[in-house]
Design a protein. Structure first.
Lengths: 150, 308
């Protein structure tokens, strides 16, 4: 299958746009619930809404990274059709596509943060905002060829 | 005939097989490891273009009434595959683009390799043809009563429900929207070139719950190391008849937004010196003009150095 880099950029950006829309919705609902606890409707707990708000950015960051990883894997599959660990994959693709070292560093920070969210590790991983994640993922992706696959 | 020797995934022989059998990839089910299976399962839902409207092989089988075979996976278990092979002949093509080429191979065909869906028959023309046939004394099959107005690929299906139902005049709305976008792109392209920016128009794949899937023009502009993308976002948005964003590449930073209101494009951009607001959409709108675009592009050039 033919992959266009532009499409992967768009997917990542679309996830960020979705995040900001949902963030706005959750914030507004939280504000409404603060004034009127019945605004949430029956069977819903304000505590769940609060935790949804707290976890929202992480949820979208995980989704964004998954999309990015799928794109990178689709590219790497055209070179080496073998399952590679994400960490190694990012280094190898970075090396192949001459991605600047600082961008690779940021990508790994995002990956580690993603892992900490997924596996609930608390080993001092620095939090990454969705905007900085999008920025470094897009920057990394921009070093790939315009098209790959066949 | 099944191959005598196993074909290594990704090998030249496998690629040739893929091309010959019109498959995006081919995998011997026996050799698929759990990790690979997870990888494919993760890949398929993302690949609307791959599997055709996001349906997987299993879902396609379920659609064909093979409920017990339907499972959300790109790979079939051996027993299911054998059952499938006994029911279908070689190279049976499923509506979603899944194909059982040989009993031991399962692959997903890419849409460009698939035959184009039959064009929808206009109900009026169909009725006229049918009446003419009846008048001539020809036999009209009973199932001809059911006039197909949707293409093969757009039949309702589990994962396509949110995209399957389209507004009645979706084609007209989509054409109008594409015309508006083409005009905008052409206008901005001319202005950008006059301002010494080089430009390139690219096709962006769009997916809309009402308009379906289509390709819209996006405009890439570059001056020295600064790259800017004029990116169509959506036709339907509250308070406007369309949104197009301007991004600073490669990071895709939001710089400005264009909203189509009452047939006019309005530019939302936080010009330097203007009051600070939370989002770009809250900024005061300016009518789209060469001057406004010129100012935005100029400021983007300056901002580019600070991005990443």
């Amino acid at each position: 299958m033919l992959h266009r880099r532009f499409d992967w950029h768009e997917r990542i950006k679309a996830i960020e746009r979705e995040y900001w829309s949902v963030r706005e919705a959750v914030d507004r609902l939280s504000a409404d619930v603060a004034h009127d606890p019945n605004a949430l409707g029956q069977g819903r707990s304000p505590r769940d809404l609060r935790s949804a708000g707290e976890n929202l950015e992480g949820t979208y960051l995980v989704r964004m990274f998954a999309e990015f990883e799928t794109g990178i894997r689709s590219f790497w599959r055209t070179i080496k059709p073998r399952r590679t660990q994400t960490e190694i994959l990012l280094d190898q693709v970075g090396d192949k596509c001459k991605v600047p070292a600082d961008v690779i560093g940021l990508i790994h920070s995002t990956r580690k943060y993603r892992n900490s969210l997924l596996h609930e590790r608390e080993d001092g991983v620095e939090a990454v905002t969705i905007s900085s994640a999008r920025r470094c993922l897009q920057h990394y992706l921009s070093r790939l060829p315009d098209e790959w696959g066949h | 005939m099944p191959p005598t020797q196993p074909i290594r995934q990704g090998s030249r022989r496998a690629r040739l097989q893929c091309r010959q059998l019109k498959l995006a990839w081919l995998e011997p089910v026996e050799e698929v490891t759990r990790a690979r299976r997870v990888q494919i399962e993760r890949f398929i839902p993302h690949g609307d273009q791959v599997a055709g409207h996001g349906r997987t092989v299993g879902q396609a089988l379920a659609q064909r009434g093979e409920g017990d075979l339907g499972k959300p996976s790109g790979i079939l278990k051996n027993s299911l595959r054998e059952k499938l092979a006994s029911q279908f002949t070689q190279n049976v093509r499923f509506g979603c683009g899944a194909e059982v080429a040989r009993p031991e191979w399962v692959g997903i065909a890419s849409p460009e390799w698939l035959p184009r869906p039959k064009r929808a028959v206009d109900p009026v023309i169909h009725r006229e043809r049918r009446d003419r046939a009846l008048a001539n004394g020809d036999v009209v099959r009973e199932n001809d009563e059911r006039v197909t107005t949707t293409s093969r690929w757009s039949e309702p299906m589990a994962t396509r429900s949110k995209f399957g139902r389209k507004v009645d005049d979706s084609g007209v709305v989509r054409d109008e929207w594409l015309k508006v976008l083409a005009n905008l792109t052409a206008k901005v392209k001319t202005w950008a070139e006059e301002l010494s920016w080089s430009t390139r128009t690219i096709a962006k794949k769009m997916k809309d719950s009402r308009l379906g899937e289509y390709e819209a023009p996006a405009l890439l502009m570059q001056k020295e190391t600064t790259r800017v993308l004029l990116d169509p976002i959506a036709r339907f948005t509250p308070g406007a008849d369309g949104v197009v964003d301007l991004y600073l590449l490669p990071a895709y930073d939001d710089i400005a937004s264009l909203y189509l209101v009452d047939g006019e494009w309005r530019l939302h951009y936080m010009f330097s010196g203007s009051p600070t607001v939370a989002t770009i959409s809250e900024t005061e709108p300016y009518p789209l003009s060469k001057d406004a675009i010129g100012r935005v592009l100029e400021e983007m050039s300056i901002n580019a150095s600070s991005a990443l």
